[in-house]
Design a protein around this ligand. Structure first.
Ligand SMILES: Nc1ncnc2c1ncn2[C@@H]1O[C@H](COP(=O)(O)OP(=O)(O)OP(=O)(O)O)[C@@H](O)[C@H]1O
Ligand SMILES: [Mg+2]
Length: 239
């Protein structure tokens, strides 16, 4: 890889006295789409939370564009261009789709012109036409897949340079999984956003990502080959 936009450098992190990440190395290049796989409880969510600043590092460093951001707050990382969509659906269920999007726009695009904001919303509605159709519907009354589209949109709307997605398709029907993966791939490629996707739908993931990182027992291993060439039976060796 030519350059790195976000890096975990020998990061240790966890919850209280329980260390989960044990000297983890992770890098992603600008515009790269990286998939993270690994068994339940391996530390995938913990890694994303540490990159985003929800969890502090106990040792090691998180670097973004060549500066150490280990001590920056979530708010500061968000302002610097790192966006995170949690495994839990972080949406406002009582508000309509349009109000969810408008709220995120008003918080994340301070200083933008109305035209820039409209254009940003169009990008998201073009990516998820279903959301354009359902702008007036309360998010809490939408299907699981549609709610996930809203949550992902909120992560995309502020024009991030790095997008961290934790299990965006888990629990959804195969056809919706494909739609969401395609939308994530298009967004990453067209906007040039470094995108990290933690996924349990490994086969769908392998068909869209540039690189794969395996998390197991709080440690990371980078898969060096072409992700689309990993065969079904080989995957289980990594998990
Ligand atoms: N808030 C928390 N407090 C204490 N321990 C936690 C907390 N969240 C996670 N853990 C522990 O940290 C370890 C790693 O959890 P993590 O959520 O990172 O795994 P994961 O790889 O994302 O798993 P999954 O595939 O099930 O989402 C687990 O042993 C889990 O029990
Ligand atoms: Mg998780």
């Amino acid at each position: 890889m030519d350059s790195v936009i976000l890096q975990a450098d020998r990061v240790c992190a966890g919850y209280g006295s329980q260390e989960v990440l044990r000297s983890v190395d992770f890098t992603i290049g600008p515009k790269e789409l990286c998939g993270i796989i690994g068994p339940n409880g391996a530390g995938k969510t913990t890694l994303l939370r540490t990159l985003y600043g929800i969890l502090p590092v106990s040792s090691g460093a998180v670097r973004y564009e060549d500066r150490d951001i280990s001590r920056l707050s979530v708010r500061e990382r968000l302002a610097a261009g790192i966006s995170y969509v949690a495994q839990e659906r972080n949406v406002f269920p009582g508000l309509s789709v349009g109000d969810n999007i408008d709220l995120a726009v008003s918080v994340l695009t301070r200083g933008w012109t109305d035209g820039q904001r409209r254009q940003r919303k169009e990008i998201v509605y073009d990516l998820f036409p279903r959301l354009r159709e359902r702008q007036r519907q309360a998010v809490g009354l939408m299907s699981g897949g549609e709610q996930r589209m809203v949550a992902i949109s909120l992560g995309m709307i502020g024009k991030p340079r790095v997008l961290l997605l934790d299990e965006p398709t888990t629990g959804l029907a195969p056809v919706v999984v494909h739609q969401l993966m395609d939308a994530i791939r298009s967004f990453s490629a067209e906007e040039g956003v470094a995108t990290v996707v933690v996924e349990q739908n490994v086969l769908s993931l392998l068909s869209v990502v540039d690189t794969i990182c395996i998390v197991k027992d709080g440690r990371t291993t980078r898969y060096d080959g072409d992700p689309s060439s990993i065969r079904d039976k080989d995957i289980w060796e990594y998990l």
